[in-house]
Design a protein around this ligand. Structure first.
Ligand code: HEC
Ligand code: HEC
Length: 288
């Protein structure tokens, strides 16, 4: 009897470990294209995804050499080098590695990324978009630079993120579908590529976003981040939002400040008119 209980216990441990640590399944017959079309499309997506906000080199703003310290309530994380340098960057990454990293937050060796890398937002990206981003990143000039180690508490092991991901899965709403294709594109740009929730949605004590209060604003350390939900944007017309995404001017005549300036400079101001319209359509859909 004792043996039997032990066996069941062991089986439960194995199953739970499998559930927590299993390698994510991604498409395997994929390649990183070197076609100019894929690279150009990837460049645009990398811009829309705001990758440069975190991965820009501390020595050269234009490159993805990394090194920027990102302060969070759990410590300072340093964004790594994502140029194709073999030793210090991602020079030997294959197509599948990009899918695992961006859609699942897992490294090529199976280890877990910390969610300061907004992979949970990027999880909704299409394979094609991720692979085009890979095509662009792999076409860049390699930069030799090793980012410093994260300055985080000793207990914050990478494997703890296995459990965190599962708890976050429970809080993750089913993807909503929209009848209007412009609004649907806006939702993809906001929820996935543009990861607006990373800053604008409140989080619980574990740092998991509370999607029941999507865009309700947040406190990050001393900083207050404004709400951008239907209620907060009740007075924003489509054109107000469009102009805001382009130059940061609010309907009350004030210019936005803080981290949002960077989001506008590096990301939303560089979107095509159509994509900016899509964001405006999505965020002001309640006011139409
Ligand atoms: C909010 C900041 C932030 C943004 C935005 C961001 N990243 Fe990252 N990224 C990070 C951090 C921090 C890490 C390291 C995480 C860790 O060590 O667990 C990382 C890790 C990575 C890695 C793994 C690198 C390695 O050597 O293992 C890749 C690839 C990557 N990011 C690509 C991207 C791409 C592509 C985008 C845009 C679509 C992007 N990141 C946007 C912060 C960010
Ligand atoms: C890195 C964090 C961050 C990200 C990502 C981010 N924002 Fe912001 N946003 C801010 C901060 C901080 C403010 C307040 C700035 C200030 O104090 O003026 C702000 C302000 C705003 C405002 C003005 C709200 C008001 O009433 O004053 C809007 C609208 C907005 N953001 C939309 C967006 C959209 C859309 C996205 C995604 C494409 C986004 N933000 C992504 C940090 C962020």
């Amino acid at each position: 009897m004792k043996k039997f209980t032990l066996l069941i216990g062991l089986l439960v441990v194995v199953l739970i470990s499998y559930w927590l640590f299993a390698s994510p399944s991604v498409s395997s017959d994929v390649d990183i294209s070197s076609s100019p079309e894929a690279i150009a499309r990837g460049e645009y997506l990398v811009t829309a995804g705001g990758c440069i906000s975190c991965h820009r080199s501390i020595e050269d703003e234009e490159s993805f050499g990394g090194g920027l310290g990102l302060e969070t309530e759990f410590g300072t994380f340093y964004a790594p080098n994502i140029t194709p340098d073999v030793e210090t960057g991602i020079g030997n990454w294959a197509a599948e590695d990009f899918l695992k990293a961006l859609q699942h937050g897992r490294s090529p060796t199976g280890s877990f990324y910390y969610p300061v890398f907004p992979y949970r937002a990027y999880a909704g990206l299409s394979d094609q978009d991720v692979l085009d981003m890979a095509a662009y990143l792999m076409s860049l000039e390699p930069v030799r630079y090793q980012a410093p180690n994260h300055e985080i508490p000793g207990w914050l092991f990478r494997w703890t993120i296995a459990g965190w991901n599962r708890i976050a899965d429970i809080a993750q709403p089913e993807p909503e579908s929209f009848g209007d294709s412009l609004v649907a594109r806006g939702a993809y740009l906001a929820r996935n590529l543009g990861h607006c929730s990373e800053c604008h949605t409140p989080r619980n004590g574990l740092g998991i976003p509370d999607f029941a209060r999507e865009y309700a604003g947040a406190e990050i350390g001393e900083k207050t981040i404004e709400a951008i939900d239907a209620e907060a944007l009740a007075d924003w017309a489509f054109n107000n939002f469009d102009l805001f995404m382009l130059i940061g001017l609010k309907p009350d005549g004030e210019f936005v400040g803080g981290d949002m300036n960077e989001v506008i400079e590096f990301n939303t101001s560089k979107l095509t008119d159509e994509d900016r319209d899509a964001l405006a359509a999505y965020f002001t859909r309640h006011n139409q």
